[in-house]
Structures are given as structure tokens and as C-alpha cells.
Design a protein around this ligand. Structure first.
Ligand SMILES: [Zn+2]
Length: 302
């Protein structure tokens, strides 16, 4: 198993991402583990545990898919829009290894549910909108799939099958240690003939190469993904050690990144008519805006 021999143990640190390929099976993947970065993002809001949990999963999925982007300054946005459930909006994005996210939820509805509500209870009737903004070509690709299945990860798998025609397996594991969260993730895809274009005519979910890889990858357990004592290299070894070759590369570490600036919000507010801006002003004549992602407060005149 080439690639892993050089680093049989691997590091057990947090916020790492590995890229891997299994050439004989035309498969590629990512695996990652998030720690303190998650705590920083989650602690910007006073979310109940169930909401922290779903946001942690969404951030892990966003980082997995985002880390597939090859060009610098390309962005991935994962947005859940829903009605009739506990959550009506969840937004996460990824840019150059930095992730951020937030959730709008109904606290009263949440209180009437069990500790960790199902995806259906969380989102009711919802859609998952996945947007790729590619830096080099300035092109935007957007796909929308119903929020169905057991988890956000499963809904994202459906996105890849339906919108991108790429057989994809995504798994996440979340572990709580008091208020601290560890999230692990695994994404594996089948790209026959190395094709990475976007115009596939059909998706072959039962290709023997893919079935083999999906069975191996599917044996991963949530507790393994979130086990901070198990390095990502060791995790890949457990799953794929019978393969003739697996190539592994460490990608730059993940970070928490918010790109909010006073200039940005001033520009947004300045687009409102004066009447509405007058209503936004406080007693001091200034408009106060707090960033939905990181809760940072901006006060400015406009
Ligand atoms: Zn911010």
C-alpha cells in the first residue's frame, strides 16, 4: 500500500484533511477530522446541543466537498432551506480551507422534540442547495436536491448522484466531549476513466469497481471517524489495506474563516432606501449589524 508506508502512523492532530486515490479502482476521496475549529465556529452562537450537532455535521460535509476544489479562491456553499421543521435555514461555506456556518432555528419547536431530532424533524420539507463558484472561469454550478435520507451526508450523496452523476459515499461521525466537539468525515467517489468533467450522460452506481470501494468505505464507523486517537492514515489503512495501491496526500489544514468586513455591510445597508435606513439607525445615529456567521458586531454610519 504505497503512500501510507511512508507515514504508517500519521498525525493524530485536528483540522487535518487527507486526499487519497485508489488508482486500480478509479476512486478518489477525502478524509478529515475537525476539532477546535468547530468549537470556535459553534461558540459564536448560543445554540442548543441538537443545533450544534447538525451544524457540526454540515461543516464536516462542507469541508469534505470543499476540499475537492482544486483552484485557489474557488468557493463551495452548502445551504439547507426548509419549511415546517425546527430549522428553516442552514448555511455553510468553504474557501481556501476556511469554513464557516450558521443556523436559523425555532427554539420552541426544538424543545418539543427528543435530544437529537431526525433529519425529517429538523428540516420538515427542505432542499439542499449546493453551489460551486469556480475562481478560474468565474462559473457558478448549482444543484438542488430534496433534503431526504437519514442525514445531511446522505442528502449530499444524493446531490452527487443526481446533479453531478458521480457515485459518492459520504460518512460523518460526531463526538461530544462536554462542550467540545470532534467531527470526522470520509468522502469517496468513483471517477471511471479518470473523468472529472461535468457532462456525464449517466451514473453507474453498480460498476464493480465502485461497488467494491463503496463496500470497504461503508464499513467505517461513526466512532472511528470521530476518534481523535486514531490518525486519518490509520483509518484509511483499516478500510483499504487490501488494495494494491493507495496514494495519500496531506492537504493544507482547515481553519475557521469569516470574511465579514465593515465595508461589506455598509455597502449592503447603503442599498436600502433612506426610509428603511432611518429605521435601522439607533439612538446614536449608527446602524448596528451582527455577522450571521461569526456574531461579530459592526457599527457604522450610512
Ligand atoms: Zn463574520
Amino acid at each position: 500500500m504505497k503512500g501510507l508506508e511512508a507515514i504508517p502512523q500519521g498525525e493524530t492532530g485536528f483540522n487535518r484533511v487527507l486526499s487519497f486515490t485508489i488508482p486500480a479502482r478509479n476512486a478518489r476521496g477525502r478524509t478529515l477530522r475537525l476539532g477546535p475549529v468547530l468549537d470556535t465556529i459553534l461558540s459564536a452562537h448560543d445554540y442548543p446541543t441538537a443545533i450544534r450537532h447538525v451544524l457540526a455535521e454540515a461543516l464536516a460535509v462542507t469541508a469534505l466537498i470543499g476540499s475537492l476544489l482544486k483552484e485557489e479562491d474557488s468557493q463551495l456553499t452548502v445551504q439547507a432551506q426548509a419549511e415546517g421543521g425546527i430549522v428553516d435555514l442552514l448555511v455553510c461555506d468553504y474557501l481556501n480551507g476556511a469554513i464557516r456556518g450558521y443556523v436559523h432555528h425555532d427554539a420552541e419547536k426544538l424543545a418539543s422534540h427528543e435530544a437529537f431530532p431526525s433529519l425529517q424533524a429538523l428540516f420538515g420539507k427542505g432542499y439542499l442547495v449546493i453551489t460551486f463558484d469556480l475562481a478560474a472561469t468565474k462559473q457558478r454550478y448549482q444543484g438542488i436536491v430534496p433534503l431526504e435520507g437519514e442525514s445531511l451526508a446522505e442528502a449530499c450523496q444524493n446531490y452527487f448522484a443526481q446533479s453531478e452523476q458521480v457515485p459518492t459515499l459520504i460518512r460523518t461521525g460526531i463526538r461530544w466531549d462536554g462542550r467540545n466537539c470532534v467531527a470526522g468525515g470520509l468522502l469517496v467517489q468513483h471517477l471511471p476513466e479518470g473523468e472529472e468533467g461535468r457532462d456525464r450522460l449517466h451514473v453507474q452506481m453498480d460498476h464493480p469497481e465502485w461497488e467494491h470501494v463503496a463496500i470497504l468505505a461503508g464499513t467505517v464507523r461513526e466512532d472511528e471517524l470521530a476518534d481523535s486517537a486514531l490518525s486519518l492514515e490509520a483509518l484509511l489503512w483499516r478500510l483499504f489495506h487490501e488494495e494494491s495501491e493507495i496514494r495519500v496526500e496531506t492537504l493544507p489544514p482547515l481553519s475557521r474563516g469569516c470574511r465579514c468586513t465593515e465595508d461589506y455591510y455598509r455597502e449592503v445597508v447603503s442599498r436600502f432606501p433612506e426610509e428603511e435606513r432611518a429605521q435601522m439607525r439607533g439612538d446614536d445615529g449608527l446602524v448596528t449589524v451582527d455577522c450571521a456567521f461569526c456574531s461579530k458586531l459592526f457599527k457604522f454610519s450610512v
